[in-house]
Design a protein around this ligand. Structure first.
Ligand SMILES: Cc1cc2nc3c(=O)[nH]c(=O)nc-3n(C[C@H](O)[C@H](O)[C@H](O)COP(=O)(O)OP(=O)(O)OC[C@H]3O[C@@H](n4cnc5c(N)ncnc54)[C@H](O)[C@@H]3O)c2cc1C
Length: 238
C-alpha cells in the first residue's frame, strides 16, 4: 500500500458541502505499474473518480481551467452521499468571526484541528452562495439555520443555506451540480463504471486509471491528474 499525496494526486479541494470541505481527504491506495504491455484505451487531461459533490466540483474546476475531463462513477447514477444528505452548507459574511467560531468549536469538542485548513475554509466559505448560484441560472438558495452552538463566540457570523427545490435537500444541490457538469459543460460522465486500479509510471507518478464498464477493463490516461473523490468508499487495490 502506498500513501498518495499531490499530483501523484491532485485531490479535490473542491467545496461541496461544509463537512466535505472541512474533512481532510487522505487517500491510501496501491497502484499498478505502467509497462510496455499496457495500452491506453482513451486519454484525458483529468480523470475524476467518484461523482458526488466533490467530484462534480473538481470536474467543473478542471474543465473551466481548460482541461479535458472524464468523471467515472461506480453507481448507476451520480450523487453519492451528497444527494442523500441534508444538502446544507455554511456561508459567512465575516470570515474573521467565522474563524473564531470554527476554532472555538474544535476546542469545545476537544478535537484535533488543522488551523490552516480552518482558515482556508472560513476565507472561502464567504463565496459559497455565489459559487452555488453559478451552477445554474435561476437557482434559489435559502437560509435554513444558524450556528449550532449559539453561545460560542463568533456564532453570529454563521448562516446555513440550502438549494430550494422540489426534492428533499442534497438532491436539489446535486441536481444543480449535475446540470453544471452535464448540460452546461458537457463533461464526459461514465456511470456503472468503477475505477479499479491507479496506474503509476516509473517516477511514481499516477498517470492513469483502469476502469471497468460491463466487465470490460479500459486503461484511461490522465495527462495531468487523477482526482479521487470517492467519499467514504475508495478504490480497493491489490
Ligand atoms: C443523511 C446525511 C445528511 C448529511 N447532511 C449534511 C449536511 O447538511 N451538510 C454537510 O456539509 N454534510 C452533510 N452530510 C455529509 C455529506 O453528505 C458528505 O460529507 C458529502 O456528501 C461527501 O461528498 P463527496 O463528494 O466527498 O462523497 P460522495 O457524495 O459520497 O461521492 C462519492 C462518490 O464516489 C463513488 N465511488 C466510490 N468508489 C468509487 C470507485 N472505485 N469508482 C467510481 N466511483 C466510486 C460513490 O459511488 C459516490 O457516488 C450528510 C451525510 C448524510 C449521510
Amino acid at each position: 500500500m502506498t500513501l498518495i499525496t499531490r499530483r501523484k494526486f491532485l485531490t479535490a479541494a473542491a467545496v461541496t458541502t461544509g463537512a466535505t470541505a472541512l474533512s481532510a481527504i487522505p487517500m491510501v491506495a496501491g497502484a499498478k505499474e505502467l509497462n510496455k504491455n499496457l495500452k491506453w484505451d482513451k486519454d484525458y487531461d483529468v480523470v475524476v473518480i467518484g461523482y458526488g459533490g466533490a467530484g462534480a466540483a473538481a470536474a467543473i474546476a478542471a474543465h473551466d481551467g481548460g482541461a479535458k475531463v472524464l468523471i467515472v462513477e461506480k453507481m448507476s447514477e451520480g450523487g453519492g452521499n451528497t444527494a442523500v444528505s441534508s444538502g446544507g452548507y455554511i456561508c459567512t459574511d465575516d470570515p474573521e468571526k467565522a474563524k473564531v467560531y470554527f476554532k472555538n468549536l474544535f476546542k469545545y469538542a476537544n478535537s484535533e484541528m488543522d488551523e490552516e485548513q480552518v482558515d482556508i475554509f472560513a476565507n472561502e466559505c464567504i463565496n459559497l452562495t455565489k459559487y452555488v448560484d453559478s451552477l445554474k441560472d435561476g437557482l434559489e438558495q435559502y437560509v435554513y439555520g444558524y450556528a449550532g452552538f449559539q453561545s460560542i463566540e463568533g456564532s453570529e457570523s454563521i448562516r446555513k443555506f440550502r438549494v430550494k427545490g422540489k426534492k428533499r435537500g442534497g438532491d436539489n444541490l446535486f441536481d444543480a451540480y449535475k446540470y453544471a457538469v452535464e448540460e452546461k459543460r458537457k463533461i464526459d460522465v461514465r456511470l456503472n463504471t468503477p475505477a479499479k486500479d491507479l496506474i503509476r509510471n516509473c517516477d511514481g507518478e499516477i498517470v492513469g486509471v483502469t476502469i471497468v464498464t460491463n466487465g470490460k477493463e479500459e486503461n484511461i490516461c490522465a495527462r495531468k491528474a487523477v482526482v479521487l473523490t470517492t467519499g467514504q468508499g475508495g478504490i480497493k487495490l491489490c
